[in-house]
Ligand binder design. Structure first.
Ligand SMILES: [Cu+2]
Length: 120
């Protein structure tokens, strides 16, 4: 009898925690390298919740910002050579990454939602 209750409690705790664990496991990490005047080509898919690290391997300062499909902006602030900055993607849909200092630097991507849909 005690064993049955223990098994029921164990099953219940797995049922509660498994969805949490699977959503954590879905968040991926990406690195995008900043060269002299361009960003690495963005490979693979990026989803809301993924963490992107921008690695400034050029010999000049940059200040990247990301404009989401809803018009909101995340600013990465000034990034001198050798500095990495990370952000967590917030909004699904077409997205543009640019540099305030060098408008020639521009990269476009579509961020998928947590389920892998292209969103708006
Ligand atoms: Cu720049």
């Amino acid at each position: 009898m005690v064993m049955r209750r223990w098994i029921a409690a164990l099953a219940m705790s797995i049922a509660v925690t498994a969805p949490l664990l699977s959503s954590i496991a879905l968040a991926a990490e990406h690195t995008v390298v900043l060269h002299h005047m361009e960003l690495d080509k963005i490979e693979g898919e990026m989803r809301v919740g993924d963490v992107v690290t921008f690695d400034n391997r050029s010999d000049m300062a940059h200040n990247l910002y990301i404009t989401y499909s809803d018009g909101t902006v995340d600013n990465l602030d000034t990034q001198v050579p050798g500095v990495k900055r990370s952000l967590t993607l917030r909004v699904a849909g077409p997205t543009v990454i640019r540099c305030w200092i060098h408008p020639i630097i521009k990269s476009e991507l579509v961020i998928l939602d947590e389920e892998g849909d292209a969103g708006r």
